[in-house]
Design a protein around this ligand. Structure first.
Ligand code: PAF
Length: 278
């Protein structure tokens, strides 16, 4: 059973090394560790991949057991959303742009389920990956605004050796698409390089990203963005503020997202914590 300080890792399953990095960190920093596996229907749009989303509960439970998780909560949708359910959490400004603009209702679903999981778990610390940078901003905002007594801890994105950010959706990619998908991280690295050279014009940085993406015939760009890291407001004029460069790209039918904070030194556990304190 749970005792002492409790860490929480919320997931939708199909666990990969990115999730397991959160689990390992949480295991090391808490007396007890709880994980949740729930493919949350309210965060999927009508034309999204809810039905196809990868599910492998026995595999996930095996990984979590080996990693020393004390309790795994795997509710069915009717446990989280029983008949008559009608309460949702809406986080305002920070959900407006980026993913929020392209996936209407997504963050209402995320904020609602995470609020419920926070209430159910009563954890001291909850761990999220920077891969979903806007989700992190939404959850931080919600936890602060609604006085959840939980520390939201953000861990750096875990990448394959060639730079592809780990995602449960990577399993959808054919070998050819998998190669093409490296264009996402390469475009972010190109922006980071331009930034290191002194580039501070967001339009130049996003153009640099687009050039890399446009050179990959299998990549269809949905958006590339330069936003203020503190608020996620998009910027179009040169600034010395910390930036979040982000993008959503379709490779075949698979929609992939990635992001990088600039300066690039921010993409560490310490950098992410400092950002959360702004
Ligand atoms: O990042 C995810 O896997 C999900 O959005 C989360 C936080 C578990 C909520 O369903």
């Amino acid at each position: 059973m749970l005792r002492g300080s409790v860490g929480l890792v919320t997931t939708m399953g199909a666990l990969h090394a990115g999730h397991m990095a959160l689990v390992e960190t949480a295991r090391a920093e808490n007396d007890s560790l709880m994980a949740t596996i729930f493919v949350n229907p309210t965060q999927f749009g009508p034309n999204e991949d809810l039905a196809a989303y990868p599910r492998d509960l026995p595999h996930d439970l095996g990984l979590l057991e080996v990693a020393g998780v004390d309790l795994v909560f795997t509710p069915s949708p009717d446990v989280i959303y029983p008949a008559g359910y009608q309460t949702y959490v809406t986080v305002e400004q920070v959900t407006q742009g980026l993913e929020g603009a392209h996936r209407p209702g997504h963050f209402r679903g995320v904020a609602t389920v995470v609020a419920k999981l926070f209430n159910l778990a009563q954890a001291n610390r909850a761990y999220f990956g920077q891969k979903d940078a806007q989700q992190v901003a939404v959850i931080r905002r919600m936890a602060q605004d609604l006085n959840f007594p939980v520390d939201v801890i953000v861990c750096p994105t875990v990448r394959e050796a060639d730079g592809l950010a780990l995602s449960s959706r990577n399993v959808y990619l054919t070998p050819e698409q998998r190669k093409a998908a490296t264009a996402l991280s390469q475009s972010l690295l190109a922006a980071a390089h331009a930034y290191e050279q002194g580039g501070r014009d967001p339009q130049v940085l996003t153009r640099t990203m687009r050039e890399v993406l446009d050179a990959e015939p299998l990549a269809e760009t949905e958006y590339v963005s330069a936003a203020l890291a503190a608020t996620l407001e998009e910027v179009t004029t040169a600034t010395d503020e910390l930036l979040l460069m982000s993008l959503a790209v379709r490779v075949g039918r698979t929609r992939l997202i990635d992001n990088l904070l600039l300066p690039a030194s921010l993409n560490t556990r310490e950098g992410l914590a400092a950002l959360g304190a702004i």
